[in-house]
Design a protein around this ligand. Sequence first.
Ligand code: LMR
Length: 344
Amino acid sequence: MFGLFRCAQPLLGKFQNCRNNSRGLKVTVVGAVGGIGQPLSLLLKLNPHIESLALHDLQSTDGVVMDLSHIDTPATACPFEGGDGKSLRKAMLMADIVVIPAGLPRKPGMNRTDLINVNASVAAEVALAASEVCPGAFLAFITNPINIIVPLAATILKAKCNYDPNRLFGVTTLDVVRAKTFVGDFLNVNPSKVDLPVIGGHTGKTILPILSQCKPAYTGTDEERTELIKHIQEAGTDVVNAKKGDGSATLSMAYAASRFVNSLVKAIKGSDEPIVECAYVESDVTEAEFFSTPLVLGPQGIKENLGLPDMDDNETQALEEMLPELKKNIENGIKLGKDFTGQD
Ligand code: LMR
C-alpha cells in the first residue's frame, strides 16, 4: 500500500548490515547525540527485542555508537551523521520505529511554543524522509512543541500520501510518569503502583491529569489537588528553570520515551496483555483534531482509542478550558505543514 520497496530499494545495498535481514526490529533515533538522545539510545540498547539501532545526529554519532557497542546486549548500533538529509534517510531506511528527540530545548523564560521556528523544520525533514524510506514506520515525536509538531508532521505525511493516523504519535508519556511520581509521593505509595490517565496535549493547562480516576484513590483536599495538578503541568518548566539555561528534561524524558518505544516494540511483536499508553494522536474524542487519551496499541499501531476517561466536574471544566489553546496549536501545525509542502 505504501510502496515500501519502491521507495527503499535504491539505498538498500550499502547499509544492509545495519538492517537485520531476519526481520528483527529496527529502531532509529533522530537526535541521538543530544541530552535525551544518548540516554534514550542506552535504554533502547537494553531491549532484547530490538535488533538494530540506527543513531542519527548532525555529528559525533561514531563515538556514541562505539560506546554503546561495548554493552553485551543483542542490538547492533550503527552511526549516521550529517545535516544533508541523505544521512537521515539512510538512518531511517526501512525502520520499524523512528523516535525523534532532535530539536532545540527551551531556556528559562521560554514556552514550548517559542521553539516552533527552529523545530518545525526538524520535524518536517523527518516526516518527508519517513514518507520516502520507511513508510509504514511508527513515528514517535518528542520534539517540542508536541501540540504543533504532530499536526505538522501529519499534514506533510498526508501531502505525501503516506499518512497512517494509527502510526503517528506525540510522546506524552513523561506527563504520565510525572503524575504517577507526584501522586505516589503525596500518597506515600510506590509511584510505580500508581495509575492514572493524563489527557490533552503537552504544555501548561493542555496537560490534564485525571486524578478522579487515580488508583489508588487520590485523597487530598481541593486545595492540594489544585496544587498537585499545577505541579504536574509545570514540571517541565521547573526542570528548565533548575537547569539554568542548560536545557530541559533529558533523563526523565529519555526514561519516559523508552517506556513508550518499548510498548511499541511489544505491540509490534504481539502481546497477550493489552498494551495501553497515553499519546498525542489524531483523534475524534473532542473538538481538537489531535488529543492524548489512553490507547490500546497493536501490531498496526493504535488498535483502539479508549477515549475520554470518566471525569468529575472540575476535570470536565478543565477540558473545556484547554480546548481553545489546543485547537489553535493544531491549526498552527496544519498551516505550517501546508507551508512546507506548498499547499494553499
Ligand atoms: C518536558 O516536559 O520536560 C519537555 O517537554 C521539555 C520542556 O521544554 O519542558
